[in-house]
Structures are given as structure tokens and as C-alpha cells.
Design a protein around this ligand. Sequence first.
Ligand code: HEC
Length: 144
Amino acid sequence: MVQANQKAGYFFVVGILILMVVGCSGPMNIKEDKQKYADKLDPASVQRGEVLYQNQCQLCHGESGQGDGPKAKELSQKPVNLMERGVHITRYGMRAIIDFPHYSPESLELRMKHGNDSMPTFKDRFTEQELKDITNYILTLLYP
Ligand code: HEC
């Protein structure tokens, strides 16, 4: 019985330590990500991206990317909420960072290029620059 309590105590201490590490590193890394993505965006690109997004994506994904556009109800598949948050642990070299938004710039571009069942394929409709512009605009929604 004493041993079981000791074991429980050990797990408790380790748990607290893990929470402290995650708690301290999380917000700091999110801030770094924010700077990494949002502060370096070219305002002209963001502006072009906004026009493209409002013309080509808004209908399904909604004005602010939450998957609630006017056409969303008619589709068999719900357009995803591009603003969705999720915790992803990614590694950069020796450092593990917590990547906050669910969709990274790379995954946004990839999805636009290849589409999905109810999601159109935009590969032939947009230039590489236009794909970047839209991605940049979506990033400004993610990091207001
Ligand atoms: C005709 C409606 C429609 C339009 C227009 C549209 N989408 Fe989608 N999109 C969808 C649907 C439906 C899904 C969900 C597909 C799924 O869950 O497999 C989706 C999924 C996505 C995903 C996530 C895919 C994944 O695998 O998680 C991204 C990112 C995305 N759309 C971005 C965009 C962008 C950017 C545009 C504008 C260039 C756009 N979409 C235009 C309907 C649309």
C-alpha cells in the first residue's frame, strides 16, 4: 500500500513538471510563430489574397474562414473551419515547438492545389503567386 502511494506520488510530480514545461513553452512559441508568419507578410500580397479569397473561397468557407459561407449548406460535405485550432508538436532541429493553428501555410497551399470531394481543385486556376497571396491572407485571419 505504501509502495502504491509512492508510485502515485512519483507520477504526480512528473505530471506537474510536464505541465510546467508545456505551460511555459507553449505561449512563447505561439508568439514566435506569430512573428514568423504574420509580421513578415507582404501587405500587397495580403491585399491581393483578400480579393481572391472573397471571390473564390468565401462562398463555402465563409467571410472569416469559419466554414459558414452561403453555399455551405448545399454541400454534402461541410467546408472546414480554416480557423480551427489544434496543438501540433513539430520539431525544428533539436527543439520541439507547439504549432497552434491547425492548417500550416504548406497544408493550405497543398489543399488548394489538389482539392477534395466537395472542395474544388485550384491548381490550374491560380498561379503560384496567387496561391501564396491567398495563404497569406488566411494567415492574417489566423493571427489577428
Ligand atoms: C464549393 C465549395 C468550396 C470552395 C469554393 C472552396 N472550398 Fe475549401 N473545402 C470545401 C469542402 C467541402 C471542404 C471539406 C473537404 C473534406 O473535408 O474533405 C474543404 C476543405 C478545405 C481545406 C481543408 C482540407 C483538408 O484536407 O483538411 C482547406 C485548407 C480549404 N478547403 C481551403 C480553401 C481555399 C483556400 C479556397 C479558396 C481558394 C477554398 N477552400 C474554396 C469546399 C470549398
